[in-house]
Design a protein. Structure first.
Length: 313
């Protein structure tokens, strides 16, 4: 607390006890100076008046400036709030957006998936052995070809940026969009047929962007959702908190669409792919190669040193 601020409690008490407010407060203050001090020195009266007015101008300018800045901050906050509400409203509208495929697309889709529908579901494979430091991965599901999982009620795939979920709707009749319930929130997902218990209803394991996420009704019997990740630099291990986890260490980055990534992200993924291939072949990763090159450079710069008996880890 500054030297001036330590008087605030006394001054606030005085100001609040005076019925006339600040104007009467000044009247009382200057009356006190007249009765109890030699403040009004006749020889320096003009100088004192100048000093009082100068003090008033100084602090009034500061107060006015702070008031303007406060009003500007309030205006900006109100604009941000209005913008946030606008985006939330747009997100809610987009959340209900339905895109139905054409009959031709439905026939093509049915031809692609007919074999899959007729094939009995297989138990997903799990990680049975793990390398050093990966013991926690044992027992987790091995990712499917799309870096996701094929579960009892639905299947899903992923790239670094998006999640795609396919949920079959076993209704026994051709569904329309109005027969389907789809609720997509940033941390919750609910999908099912109206009048029936939800097929999927739970908390998402990670956050998504509702404004850019959407769903379509395919072949009038399956809902396919495309969810954009908030964090586009990580792999999801599951969709819902209650789902079994996949081993993200077994994810194959090359299965993702590298062309969809920005330059920096693509470089990172390509590095991951290179390191993984090197590791599988028992060769040094890019970081290990970098360290080896630094060591070789150091050895070449210091030929006087004998490294023949040195052991490098």
């Amino acid at each position: 607390m500054g030297d001036r601020e330590r008087y605030d409690p006394v001054l606030i008490s005085m100001l609040t006890s005076i019925e006339g407010g600040p104007m009467q407060f000044f009247d009382v203050l200057f009356d006190f100076f007249a009765r109890k001090t030699d403040f009004y020195n006749a020889d320096k009266l003009n100088e004192i008046r100048t000093m009082v007015i100068g003090s008033f101008d100084k602090h009034s300018a500061t107060a006015v400036k702070e008031a303007k800045e406060k009003a500007l901050r309030r205006e900006r906050e109100e604009q941000k709030l209005a913008e946030r509400r606008r985006k939330e409203k747009e997100a809610e509208e987009k959340q209900s957006k339905v895109v139905e495929i054409t009959d031709q697309e439905a026939r093509e889709f049915e031809a692609r998936t007919s074999q899959q529908d007729e094939t009995p579901a297989k138990e997903p494979k799990r990680v049975e052995t793990a390398e050093e430091g990966e013991e926690t991965e044992i027992g987790k599901l091995l990712p499917n070809s799309g870096n996701g999982a094929d579960l009892e009620k639905y299947s899903w795939t992923q790239t670094l940026q998006e999640i795609e979920i396919r949920i079959p709707l076993k209704a026994g009749f051709a569904l329309k969009s109005k027969d389907v319930v789809v609720v997509v929130e940033k941390n919750h997902l609910k999908v099912g047929i109206k009048g029936q218990a939800p097929i999927v209803d739970g908390t998402l394991s990670k956050l998504i962007k509702t404004a850019t996420s959407q769903w379509v009704l395919e072949d009038k019997k399956a809902v396919v959702l495309t969810l954009e990740k908030v964090n586009d630099m990580e792999w999801w291990s599951r969709i819902l908190d209650t789902d079994p986890e996949i081993s993200t260490k077994k994810v194959q980055p090359e299965n993702s669409k590298l062309s969809d990534l920005d330059g920096e992200t693509r470089a990172m993924v390509e590095k991951m792919m290179y390191d993984q291939r090197q590791k599988e072949m028992g060769l040094p990763t890019s970081e290990e190669q970098k360290k080896q090159n630094i060591l070789k450079q150091f050895m070449s710069q210091h030929p006087e040193m004998d490294f023949s008996q040195a052991k490098f880890n």
